[in-house]
Design a protein around this ligand. Structure first.
Ligand code: ATP
Length: 289
């Protein structure tokens, strides 16, 4: 028996940090949406009772550090499944990039094992289990477009963005999410209008969406890695309608409304970065099909 799941990347159209909580996590308020850039997760039953990770990417751990491994272990222990599983991950999403690649692999593993092992869990139940693995896993279980609050695990589904294109450029630096949060100056942040963005999405107002894009984590990452600012400027210069860093970075994304303008932005960035993608915005809940 084998099951194949798509694990799409997310971008943050808006990301705000409200305060640091007693439990050490930061209270966030952010808008996440899926894009047409995905890893492939293939689950195959094994005769031996073990969890095996198969990945040919040297940046992806093949042991219990892999978030997909943790997802399988959690389900296996909780529902006392005495079966082995091989999790084969074909990476397309850049690693440690602010695109939730690992979280999406974990979410795909939860969805796939729910089917393979006939666990009968609802998406809400899977999202709750996902939150035990990482804050972004809950959103990745559903995909689509959501307002995420709490430490990112409280999900409210909202309207998807109107059709457009997304150009992504990842510089060759790695950024640790923990380091970015550690260096965040919480009292001097310029907060984006997250509620305004929810409204703009509701009205399908592309220009207002572009106008309201904002991410407080840029204040840290752009300072630590000036090359991210340079990529932002280049992307704007080559004609993207709006440009922002995703998550804690370092990936920069730009929105492009008209396909005719896409090659100019994409090719312009290829000169600066090895990893450049031009993909469709997905944003709706069918983005996992
Ligand atoms: P987020 O946007 O949720 O902060 P990210 O896109 O910045 O995540 P990931 O690609 O998920 O970061 O990887 C972060 C780290 O997690 C990597 O350095 C890697 O060691 C580890 N990791 C664990 N499982 C995976 C996986 N399945 N794919 C990629 N990285 C993984």
């Amino acid at each position: 028996m084998r099951v194949l799941e798509k694990a799409p990347a997310k971008i943050n159209l808006s990301l705000d940090v409200l305060h640091k909580r007693q439990d050490g996590f930061h209270e966030v308020k952010m808008i996440m949406t899926t894009i047409d850039l995905a890893d492939r997760v293939e689950l195959i039953e094994l005769s031996k009772d073990e969890i095996r990770i198969v990945s040919h990417n040297r940046f992806v751990p093949d042991d219990q550090r892999n978030l997909a491994y943790q997802a399988a272990k959690l389900l296996k222990d909780r529902f006392q499944v005495k079966k082995g599983i091989s999790i084969s991950i074909t990476k397309t999403i850049p690693v440690a990039a602010g695109l939730a690649g690992g979280s999406s692999d974990a979410a795909a593993t939860l969805r796939g094992l729910n089917r393979l092992w006939n666990l009968g869990l609802s998406m809400d139940e899977l999202a709750k289990i996902g939150a035990e693995i990482g804050s972004d896993v809950s959103f990745c279980v559903y995909g689509g477009t959501a307002l995420a609050t709490g430490r990112g695990e409280i999900i409210q589904h909202i309207d998807p963005p109107p059709h457009c294109w997304v150009v992504l450029a990842k510089p060759t630096i790695g950024v640790s999410t923990a380091d970015v949060y550690k260096n965040l100056k919480i009292h001097s942040l310029k907060h984006p209008d997250v509620d305004g963005m929810v409204k703009a999405l509701h009205h399908g107002d592309y220009h207002q969406i572009c106008h309201l894009m904002g991410n407080v984590l840029e204040s840290v990452t752009l300072h630590m890695h000036p090359e991210v600012s340079i990529i932002k400027e280049q992307m704007k210069r080559f004609g993207a309608d709006a440009v922002l860093m995703s998550g804690s970075g370092p990936t920069v994304f730009g929105l492009v409304q008209y396909e005719s303008r896409l090659p100019r932005v994409y090719n312009g960035l290829r000169g600066f970065c090895d990893q450049v993608f031009a993909v469709r915005m997905l944003g709706d809940v069918n983005s996992l099909d």
